[in-house]
Write a protein that binds this ligand. Structure first.
Ligand SMILES: Nc1ncnc2c1ncn2[C@@H]1O[C@H](COP(=O)(O)OP(=O)(O)OP(=O)(O)O)[C@@H](O)[C@H]1O
Ligand SMILES: [Mg+2]
Length: 269
């Protein structure tokens, strides 16, 4: 398993649970003149929190995740992520720092199919420029392999290290994608529908793995899901988007069925 020291990042000890990792003020995002997808989002997320972002199709969840780390430009408002504050777009230095300290897991895991599981994880070390590259280059090649094997071990997949990605099941591929995300020692783990393409057991395993990683290493986790059981069980807090705004923001344990009906309610149905 990756140990706590190995995964903690640049002076972040994980002891300050009050540290704000994300702070959004009046965030607005439009892709075109017609529709403003996000219409003034205020949101603050502390280190170590596990947040489920929910809402109907098209409510802006993926857009919000991308804006958080500067993968999409913000139309108005301000974003502070891991101490980097930007308005429309992070500058190049901020982009490097943000990407080096963020792990992404998407529904489509985007592995290199012809590479082995291990090679995909090692590749994750070099896919982002900046401080992570600096870190990786400070290690000998054997150390890269060990770090990647540790990450595969953390997701219970070390026995498949030499298998090609396209010879793995969907759930196993998703676990490789998680290993690739955590090998970069993230402070922040962003997962966009990580369990959506998985069977119920594999989906649960992936969510449990996120829980373990977050609990062990103090990683801040933000995931989107259409599975309300996952949102309630695997998040501390549920944030729902509706009509471009934060419609609900509550501790997961206190979100009722009535709350959820209101989030997904379509007028006239
Ligand atoms: N790259 C893009 N260019 C133009 N419009 C976009 C782009 N990405 C998303 N949109 C639009 O923004 C809106 C929000 O999309 P987004 O993908 O953020 O929703 P979502 O909540 O993640 O939905 P889902 O639950 O289906 O994944 C949609 O109307 C979508 O068509
Ligand atoms: Mg989405």
């Amino acid at each position: 398993m990756l140990d706590v020291q190995q995964i903690s990042v640049d002076g972040h000890t994980g002891t300050d649970t009050a540290e704000v990792v994300i702070n959004l003020q009046g965030l607005r995002k439009r892709y075109d003149a017609r529709t403003e997808v996000l219409q003034g989002i205020d949101l603050s997320i502390r280190r170590g929190e596990r947040v489920a972002l929910i809402g109907s199709n098209g409510s802006g969840k993926s857009t919000l995740l991308r804006c958080l780390v500067g993968l999409h430009a913000v139309t108005a408002g301000s974003v502070t992520t891991m101490g980097e504050t930007f308005n429309s777009f992070p500058d190049r230095g901020q982009q490097r720092r943000l990407r080096a300290r963020t792990g992404f897991v998407f529904q489509k895991h985007c592995l290199v199919r012809r590479r082995t599981a291990l090679s995909n994880v090692v590749h994750g070390m070099f896919s982002e420029p900046g401080s992570w590259r600096g870190f990786a280059q400070s290690l000998a090649p054997e150390a890269w392999r060990i770090a990647a094997l540790d990450a595969l071990d953390a997701v219970n997949l070390s026995e498949k290290a030499s298998d090609r990605a396209d010879a793995l099941s969907g759930g196993q591929q998703q676990r490789v994608a998680i290993a690739r995300a955590i090998v970069r020692r993230p402070v922040l783990l962003i997962a966009d529908e990580p369990a959506a393409s998985l069977d119920p057991v594999s989906g649960r395993d992936v969510m449990l793995l996120f829980n373990t990683l977050s609990a062990l290493h103090g990683i801040t986790l933000i995931f989107t899901s259409h599975d309300m059981t996952h949102a309630r069980e695997f998040a501390d807090r549920i944030v729902a988007l509706r009509a471009g705004r934060v419609f609900l923001d509550k501790p997961a344990a206190s979100v009722s069925d009535t709350d959820l009906e209101a989030v997904f309610h379509v007028a006239g149905r």
